[in-house]
Ligand binder design. Structure first.
Ligand code: SF4
Length: 319
């Protein structure tokens, strides 16, 4: 059997709080296979970005990983010192953020930024690095002649392409893309996602794609993990989860996604009543129970584990 590229086991992230602790990630386990795109989906506050931050060792203090293990192949990466974490970050794992301007230095040309990243991580000469930077720009559909332009000289979609070139420049094995298209127009969104998909396939990189958008999940991912209040609600292949969702929260997310095919445009869309609970006021039992139409006493009293590595719901347990 092929070993997964990334293994996350029983990850628990804690933030000390004046009334005890806040737990934005609680006992999450999953794998990412080589070359696959795994989507994380859920509303704001579900724990998607925090999971990404834990993997890349960027949890803001005073938060910390209290329990669990994160393995990148045979290297355990949740206990690295700052120097070793820097080596992994950028080289083996890189990140694409929602707003390209947070990843790009406005005072330096995109070429300088690409060359610098390449030289930090790859043992090649500056001339070679510049050639590689030009090739990277070409791959993302930017004329290499613009290598000496500044970030502000590009549109939002083009800037995100530059960030993708930057993320791929050190030939990482894993890219964590956190809402990479949320700030873009819909037509540009589709192009950027298609590009990310194509390049990751060509480079053999795996992707964790963080999004709140089920449409993006359907278009882009091989597998999907649905998060709710810091826990995995459901995980499976994208076809499995979208065609046969088992968790009531997943069903709600799918039902609230507009579909042209199903004639939803202009009609009243389903919405999940209520909101994601605050971390300092998590409900007992299944955290989704105050919003779940199927909740019973057991749901309010006892928290379901992920069953058969697929769904965390008492209803599923009962068949
Ligand atoms: Fe709903 Fe109960 Fe399942 Fe939670 S465990 S999703 S409350 S049916």
């Amino acid at each position: 059997m092929i070993e997964p590229l990334l293994r996350v086991r029983n990850l628990r992230v804690v933030f000390p709080h004046r009334h005890g602790e806040l737990v934005p990630i609680d006992d999450i386990s999953f794998d990412v296979k080589r070359g696959e795109i795994l989507g994380f989906v859920g509303e704001s506050g579900a724990g998607k970005s925090m999971t990404g931050a834990a993997i890349i060792n960027l949890i803001d203090p005073p938060g910390y990983i209290e329990n669990g293990e994160i393995w990148l192949e045979d290297e355990r990466i949740d206990q690295l010192d700052a120097r070793a974490a820097n080596r992994v970050r950028g080289k083996r794992i890189s990140m694409v953020f929602q707003d390209p301007l947070t990843s790009l230095n406005p005072l330096r040309t995109i070429g300088d930024q690409l060359v610098e990243t390449i030289l930090v991580h790859l043992p090649i000469s500056p001339e070679e690095a510049r050639r590689k930077a030009r090739k990277g720009l070409e791959e993302v559909g930017i004329d290499p002649a613009r290598i000496d332009a500044y970030p502000h000289e590009f549109s939002g979609g083009m800037r995100q392409r530059v960030v993708i070139a930057l993320a791929l420049s050190a030939e990482p094995e894993l890219i964590i893309a956190d809402e990479p298209t949320t700030a873009l127009d819909v037509s540009v969104q589709a192009q950027v996602l298609e590009l990310l998909k194509k390049l990751c396939r060509e480079h053999g990189a795996s992707v964790i794609l963080i999004t709140h958008d089920m449409g993006v999940i359907a278009e882009t991912t091989d597998r999907v993990a649905v998060l709710y209040a810091g826990r995995l609600a459901e995980i499976g292949t994208t076809a499995e989860v979208l065609n046969s969702p088992q968790h009531p929260y997943t069903r709600g997310l799918i039902a609230s996604t507009p579909s042209v095919e199903h004639g939803d445009i202009g009609t009243h869309l389903f919405q999940i009543e209520g909101a994601m609970p605050r971390l300092d006021a998590l409900p007992s039992g299944c955290a989704f129970h105050p919003r779940c139409e199927y909740a019973d006493r057991r749901c309010a009293e006892s928290r379901p584990d992920l069953l058969q590595e697929r769904v965390a719901c008492w209803q599923y347990a009962d068949g």
